[in-house]
Write a protein of this length. Structure first.
Length: 338
Protein backbone atom coordinates (compact mmCIF):
# COMPACT_ATOMS: atom_id res chain seq x y z
CA UNK A 1 0.00 0.00 0.00
CA UNK A 2 2.84 2.41 0.89
CA UNK A 3 4.51 1.64 -2.46
CA UNK A 4 1.33 2.55 -4.34
CA UNK A 5 1.02 5.87 -2.49
CA UNK A 6 4.69 6.62 -3.20
CA UNK A 7 4.28 5.97 -6.94
CA UNK A 8 1.21 8.26 -7.11
CA UNK A 9 3.07 11.06 -5.28
CA UNK A 10 6.08 10.73 -7.61
CA UNK A 11 3.92 10.82 -10.74
CA UNK A 12 1.93 13.81 -9.53
CA UNK A 13 5.15 15.70 -8.82
CA UNK A 14 6.07 15.56 -12.54
CA UNK A 15 2.66 16.57 -13.96
CA UNK A 16 1.86 20.27 -13.63
CA UNK A 17 -0.96 22.60 -14.64
CA UNK A 18 -0.73 25.72 -16.77
CA UNK A 19 -3.73 27.76 -15.75
CA UNK A 20 -6.72 25.45 -15.82
CA UNK A 21 -6.29 24.35 -19.43
CA UNK A 22 -3.04 22.42 -19.91
CA UNK A 23 -1.36 19.58 -18.05
CA UNK A 24 2.34 19.41 -18.86
CA UNK A 25 5.64 17.85 -17.93
CA UNK A 26 9.30 18.69 -18.27
CA UNK A 27 11.35 16.81 -20.85
CA UNK A 28 14.89 16.83 -22.24
CA UNK A 29 16.49 17.12 -18.80
CA UNK A 30 14.19 19.93 -17.82
CA UNK A 31 14.98 22.13 -20.80
CA UNK A 32 11.60 21.87 -22.53
CA UNK A 33 7.90 21.17 -21.97
CA UNK A 34 5.51 18.54 -23.30
CA UNK A 35 1.74 19.16 -23.26
CA UNK A 36 0.19 15.95 -21.98
CA UNK A 37 -3.49 16.92 -21.73
CA UNK A 38 -5.85 19.72 -22.60
CA UNK A 39 -8.34 20.22 -19.77
CA UNK A 40 -10.16 23.29 -21.05
CA UNK A 41 -13.49 23.65 -22.84
CA UNK A 42 -12.70 26.33 -25.43
CA UNK A 43 -13.69 25.74 -29.05
CA UNK A 44 -10.67 27.75 -30.27
CA UNK A 45 -7.34 26.73 -28.69
CA UNK A 46 -4.00 28.49 -28.81
CA UNK A 47 -1.24 26.30 -27.43
CA UNK A 48 1.28 28.39 -25.44
CA UNK A 49 4.77 28.80 -26.86
CA UNK A 50 6.42 28.89 -23.44
CA UNK A 51 5.56 27.57 -20.00
CA UNK A 52 7.68 28.53 -17.01
CA UNK A 53 10.04 30.27 -19.44
CA UNK A 54 10.70 26.98 -21.23
CA UNK A 55 9.70 26.20 -24.84
CA UNK A 56 6.76 23.89 -25.49
CA UNK A 57 8.31 21.41 -27.95
CA UNK A 58 5.92 18.45 -27.93
CA UNK A 59 2.20 17.75 -28.07
CA UNK A 60 2.04 14.46 -26.18
CA UNK A 61 0.23 11.15 -26.56
CA UNK A 62 -3.57 11.69 -26.63
CA UNK A 63 -3.14 15.28 -25.46
CA UNK A 64 -6.32 16.44 -27.24
CA UNK A 65 -7.88 13.04 -27.89
CA UNK A 66 -11.68 13.19 -27.75
CA UNK A 67 -11.91 17.00 -27.39
CA UNK A 68 -15.06 17.07 -29.48
CA UNK A 69 -15.85 20.72 -28.77
CA UNK A 70 -12.67 22.12 -30.38
CA UNK A 71 -12.96 23.53 -33.91
CA UNK A 72 -9.60 25.32 -34.28
CA UNK A 73 -6.09 24.88 -32.90
CA UNK A 74 -2.99 27.01 -33.33
CA UNK A 75 0.33 25.28 -32.62
CA UNK A 76 3.28 27.57 -31.81
CA UNK A 77 6.53 27.43 -33.76
CA UNK A 78 8.37 26.08 -30.72
CA UNK A 79 6.75 22.67 -31.25
CA UNK A 80 8.77 20.03 -33.10
CA UNK A 81 6.77 16.85 -32.45
CA UNK A 82 3.11 15.82 -32.38
CA UNK A 83 2.58 12.53 -30.56
CA UNK A 84 0.45 9.48 -31.32
CA UNK A 85 -3.30 10.11 -31.07
CA UNK A 86 -2.57 13.77 -30.22
CA UNK A 87 -5.71 15.14 -31.93
CA UNK A 88 -7.61 11.93 -32.60
CA UNK A 89 -11.38 12.00 -32.30
CA UNK A 90 -11.52 15.79 -32.40
CA UNK A 91 -14.67 15.30 -34.45
CA UNK A 92 -15.40 19.01 -34.94
CA UNK A 93 -11.89 20.22 -35.67
CA UNK A 94 -12.03 22.21 -38.91
CA UNK A 95 -8.83 24.25 -38.80
CA UNK A 96 -5.36 23.54 -37.45
CA UNK A 97 -2.15 25.46 -38.01
CA UNK A 98 0.98 23.30 -37.95
CA UNK A 99 4.19 25.36 -38.04
CA UNK A 100 7.25 24.50 -40.10
CA UNK A 101 9.12 23.73 -36.89
CA UNK A 102 7.26 20.39 -36.65
CA UNK A 103 9.36 17.48 -37.95
CA UNK A 104 7.33 14.54 -36.62
CA UNK A 105 3.61 13.73 -36.61
CA UNK A 106 2.74 10.49 -34.84
CA UNK A 107 0.50 7.54 -35.65
CA UNK A 108 -3.26 8.11 -35.41
CA UNK A 109 -2.56 11.81 -34.77
CA UNK A 110 -5.68 13.01 -36.62
CA UNK A 111 -7.74 9.81 -36.56
CA UNK A 112 -11.49 10.56 -36.91
CA UNK A 113 -11.03 14.31 -37.34
CA UNK A 114 -14.17 14.09 -39.41
CA UNK A 115 -14.66 17.79 -40.23
CA UNK A 116 -11.07 18.56 -41.17
CA UNK A 117 -11.16 19.56 -44.85
CA UNK A 118 -7.57 20.55 -45.62
CA UNK A 119 -4.15 20.44 -44.03
CA UNK A 120 -0.59 21.37 -44.94
CA UNK A 121 2.23 19.15 -43.74
CA UNK A 122 5.40 21.06 -42.74
CA UNK A 123 8.53 20.71 -44.85
CA UNK A 124 10.54 19.02 -42.09
CA UNK A 125 8.21 16.01 -41.81
CA UNK A 126 9.67 12.97 -43.59
CA UNK A 127 7.01 10.31 -42.99
CA UNK A 128 3.22 10.06 -42.85
CA UNK A 129 2.83 7.49 -40.10
CA UNK A 130 0.26 4.70 -39.76
CA UNK A 131 -3.37 5.86 -39.60
CA UNK A 132 -2.30 9.52 -39.24
CA UNK A 133 -5.28 10.80 -41.24
CA UNK A 134 -7.45 7.68 -41.20
CA UNK A 135 -11.18 8.39 -41.26
CA UNK A 136 -10.79 12.10 -41.94
CA UNK A 137 -13.90 11.71 -44.05
CA UNK A 138 -14.16 15.37 -45.15
CA UNK A 139 -10.50 15.84 -46.02
CA UNK A 140 -10.50 16.99 -49.65
CA UNK A 141 -7.01 18.42 -50.01
CA UNK A 142 -3.64 17.75 -48.42
CA UNK A 143 -0.26 19.18 -49.29
CA UNK A 144 2.76 16.91 -48.83
CA UNK A 145 6.26 18.43 -48.79
CA UNK A 146 9.10 17.24 -50.99
CA UNK A 147 10.94 15.68 -48.04
CA UNK A 148 8.37 12.95 -47.43
CA UNK A 149 9.96 9.51 -47.99
CA UNK A 150 7.20 7.17 -46.79
CA UNK A 151 3.42 7.01 -46.62
CA UNK A 152 2.76 4.30 -44.06
CA UNK A 153 0.03 1.66 -43.73
CA UNK A 154 -3.52 3.08 -43.60
CA UNK A 155 -2.19 6.65 -43.60
CA UNK A 156 -5.22 7.98 -45.52
CA UNK A 157 -7.58 5.05 -45.04
CA UNK A 158 -11.23 6.07 -45.53
CA UNK A 159 -10.48 9.66 -46.51
CA UNK A 160 -13.50 9.28 -48.73
CA UNK A 161 -13.68 12.94 -49.80
CA UNK A 162 -10.03 13.20 -50.84
CA UNK A 163 -10.06 14.55 -54.38
CA UNK A 164 -6.41 15.12 -55.07
CA UNK A 165 -3.05 14.22 -53.61
CA UNK A 166 0.34 14.85 -55.16
CA UNK A 167 2.91 12.31 -54.03
CA UNK A 168 6.34 14.01 -53.99
CA UNK A 169 9.31 12.57 -55.86
CA UNK A 170 11.03 11.95 -52.53
CA UNK A 171 8.56 9.17 -51.60
CA UNK A 172 10.03 5.65 -51.76
CA UNK A 173 7.46 3.67 -49.75
CA UNK A 174 3.65 3.47 -49.93
CA UNK A 175 2.24 1.14 -47.29
CA UNK A 176 -0.59 -1.36 -47.19
CA UNK A 177 -4.09 0.14 -47.33
CA UNK A 178 -2.51 3.62 -47.55
CA UNK A 179 -5.38 5.02 -49.66
CA UNK A 180 -8.04 2.35 -49.12
CA UNK A 181 -11.62 3.67 -49.31
CA UNK A 182 -10.53 7.00 -50.79
CA UNK A 183 -13.74 6.85 -52.76
CA UNK A 184 -13.43 10.27 -54.44
CA UNK A 185 -9.86 9.93 -55.66
CA UNK A 186 -9.89 9.76 -59.47
CA UNK A 187 -6.23 9.57 -60.41
CA UNK A 188 -2.94 9.03 -58.67
CA UNK A 189 0.61 9.37 -59.95
CA UNK A 190 3.43 7.16 -58.69
CA UNK A 191 6.68 9.16 -58.81
CA UNK A 192 9.99 7.83 -60.04
CA UNK A 193 11.55 6.98 -56.66
CA UNK A 194 8.80 4.72 -55.28
CA UNK A 195 10.21 1.21 -54.80
CA UNK A 196 7.50 -0.36 -52.59
CA UNK A 197 3.71 -0.34 -52.85
CA UNK A 198 1.97 -2.39 -50.17
CA UNK A 199 -0.97 -4.72 -50.65
CA UNK A 200 -4.32 -2.98 -51.12
CA UNK A 201 -2.73 0.46 -51.20
CA UNK A 202 -5.52 1.62 -53.55
CA UNK A 203 -8.27 -0.85 -52.62
CA UNK A 204 -11.92 0.29 -52.73
CA UNK A 205 -11.08 3.58 -54.43
CA UNK A 206 -14.39 3.51 -56.26
CA UNK A 207 -13.75 6.57 -58.46
CA UNK A 208 -10.14 5.75 -59.34
CA UNK A 209 -9.87 5.63 -63.13
CA UNK A 210 -6.11 5.56 -63.56
CA UNK A 211 -2.85 4.90 -61.80
CA UNK A 212 -0.05 6.69 -63.62
CA UNK A 213 3.59 5.73 -63.09
CA UNK A 214 6.33 8.13 -64.08
CA UNK A 215 8.45 6.70 -66.89
CA UNK A 216 11.69 6.97 -64.90
CA UNK A 217 10.45 4.63 -62.15
CA UNK A 218 12.61 1.48 -62.15
CA UNK A 219 10.19 -0.82 -60.26
CA UNK A 220 6.69 -0.04 -61.51
CA UNK A 221 4.96 0.89 -64.75
CA UNK A 222 1.44 1.57 -66.00
CA UNK A 223 -0.53 1.00 -69.15
CA UNK A 224 -4.01 2.38 -69.82
CA UNK A 225 -4.19 3.37 -66.15
CA UNK A 226 -3.43 -0.14 -64.84
CA UNK A 227 -0.51 -0.68 -62.44
CA UNK A 228 2.16 -3.25 -63.31
CA UNK A 229 5.71 -4.08 -62.31
CA UNK A 230 8.35 -2.56 -64.58
CA UNK A 231 8.43 -5.28 -67.25
CA UNK A 232 4.66 -5.78 -67.08
CA UNK A 233 4.87 -9.44 -66.04
CA UNK A 234 2.83 -8.79 -62.86
CA UNK A 235 -0.52 -7.03 -62.93
CA UNK A 236 -0.64 -5.29 -59.55
CA UNK A 237 -3.80 -3.18 -59.54
CA UNK A 238 -6.69 -2.54 -61.89
CA UNK A 239 -8.37 0.82 -60.99
CA UNK A 240 -11.96 -0.06 -60.18
CA UNK A 241 -13.41 3.26 -61.37
CA UNK A 242 -12.13 2.66 -64.90
CA UNK A 243 -14.80 2.78 -67.60
CA UNK A 244 -15.81 -0.33 -69.50
CA UNK A 245 -17.13 -3.74 -68.53
CA UNK A 246 -14.38 -5.88 -70.05
CA UNK A 247 -10.62 -5.99 -69.91
CA UNK A 248 -8.01 -7.91 -71.87
CA UNK A 249 -4.89 -8.60 -69.81
CA UNK A 250 -1.71 -7.93 -71.83
CA UNK A 251 0.20 -10.95 -73.15
CA UNK A 252 3.31 -9.97 -71.18
CA UNK A 253 1.61 -10.79 -67.86
CA UNK A 254 2.46 -14.04 -66.08
CA UNK A 255 1.10 -13.21 -62.61
CA UNK A 256 -2.11 -11.61 -61.40
CA UNK A 257 -1.27 -10.12 -58.02
CA UNK A 258 -3.06 -10.20 -54.68
CA UNK A 259 -6.36 -8.25 -54.84
CA UNK A 260 -5.44 -7.07 -58.37
CA UNK A 261 -9.07 -6.86 -59.58
CA UNK A 262 -10.72 -6.84 -56.17
CA UNK A 263 -14.13 -5.12 -56.24
CA UNK A 264 -13.86 -4.11 -59.89
CA UNK A 265 -17.12 -3.70 -61.81
CA UNK A 266 -15.95 -5.76 -64.79
CA UNK A 267 -18.19 -8.44 -66.24
CA UNK A 268 -15.62 -10.02 -68.57
CA UNK A 269 -11.89 -10.53 -68.05
CA UNK A 270 -9.69 -12.20 -70.66
CA UNK A 271 -6.48 -13.88 -69.55
CA UNK A 272 -3.61 -14.57 -71.99
CA UNK A 273 -1.98 -17.99 -72.28
CA UNK A 274 1.11 -16.58 -70.58
CA UNK A 275 -0.55 -16.48 -67.14
CA UNK A 276 0.86 -19.06 -64.72
CA UNK A 277 -0.13 -17.67 -61.32
CA UNK A 278 -3.31 -16.14 -59.91
CA UNK A 279 -2.58 -14.91 -56.41
CA UNK A 280 -4.73 -14.74 -53.29
CA UNK A 281 -8.04 -12.85 -53.61
CA UNK A 282 -7.09 -11.61 -57.08
CA UNK A 283 -10.77 -11.28 -58.10
CA UNK A 284 -12.28 -11.00 -54.64
CA UNK A 285 -15.56 -9.06 -54.61
CA UNK A 286 -15.95 -8.85 -58.39
CA UNK A 287 -19.72 -8.96 -57.97
CA UNK A 288 -20.52 -8.56 -61.67
CA UNK A 289 -17.92 -10.87 -63.14
CA UNK A 290 -19.75 -13.48 -65.21
CA UNK A 291 -17.11 -14.58 -67.69
CA UNK A 292 -13.45 -15.42 -67.24
CA UNK A 293 -11.21 -17.86 -69.06
CA UNK A 294 -8.51 -19.69 -67.12
CA UNK A 295 -5.83 -20.79 -69.62
CA UNK A 296 -4.06 -24.14 -69.32
CA UNK A 297 -0.87 -22.30 -68.50
CA UNK A 298 -2.18 -21.45 -65.00
CA UNK A 299 -0.50 -23.75 -62.48
CA UNK A 300 -1.76 -22.19 -59.24
CA UNK A 301 -4.82 -20.25 -58.06
CA UNK A 302 -4.41 -18.61 -54.64
CA UNK A 303 -6.81 -18.75 -51.72
CA UNK A 304 -10.18 -17.05 -52.12
CA UNK A 305 -9.21 -15.79 -55.57
CA UNK A 306 -12.87 -15.69 -56.64
CA UNK A 307 -14.54 -14.99 -53.28
CA UNK A 308 -17.86 -13.12 -53.59
CA UNK A 309 -17.96 -13.37 -57.40
CA UNK A 310 -21.72 -13.73 -57.23
CA UNK A 311 -22.48 -13.83 -60.96
CA UNK A 312 -19.76 -16.34 -61.84
CA UNK A 313 -21.20 -19.83 -62.34
CA UNK A 314 -18.47 -21.94 -63.91
CA UNK A 315 -14.69 -21.96 -64.00
CA UNK A 316 -12.94 -24.24 -66.44
CA UNK A 317 -9.40 -25.13 -65.41
CA UNK A 318 -6.70 -27.66 -66.19
CA UNK A 319 -6.35 -30.84 -64.18
CA UNK A 320 -2.81 -29.68 -63.46
CA UNK A 321 -3.86 -26.41 -61.84
CA UNK A 322 -3.19 -26.40 -58.10
CA UNK A 323 -6.28 -25.22 -56.19
CA UNK A 324 -8.11 -25.79 -52.92
CA UNK A 325 -11.78 -26.39 -53.73
CA UNK A 326 -12.78 -25.24 -50.25
CA UNK A 327 -11.65 -21.74 -51.19
CA UNK A 328 -14.23 -21.42 -53.96
CA UNK A 329 -17.72 -20.09 -53.16
CA UNK A 330 -20.65 -22.47 -53.55
CA UNK A 331 -22.09 -20.65 -56.57
CA UNK A 332 -19.03 -21.56 -58.70
CA UNK A 333 -18.78 -24.96 -60.34
CA UNK A 334 -15.28 -26.15 -61.17
CA UNK A 335 -15.00 -27.92 -64.52
CA UNK A 336 -11.80 -29.67 -65.55
CA UNK A 337 -11.01 -29.45 -69.24
CA UNK A 338 -8.80 -32.60 -69.42
Amino acid sequence: MNKIIFVIIVLCSFVKLYGNDFSYEFIDNGSAVRIIRYNGRNDAVVIPQNIENLPVTEIGYQAFNGCIFINSIIIPDSVTAIGNYAFSRCFNLTNITIPNSVTFIGEWAFLFCERLASITIPEGVTSIERYTFSNCINLTDISLPDGITSISDNAFNNCKSLLNIIIPNSVAFIGEYAFTFCASLKTITIPENVITIGNNAFSRCDSLVEIVVEEANKIFSSSEGVLFNKDKTILIKFPIGREGLSYVIPASVTTIGNYAFSFSRLTDIYLPSTITLIEERAFNGCFFLSNINIPESVTYIGRYAFMACRELRNIIISMHTNIDKEDFPNNIRIIYRD
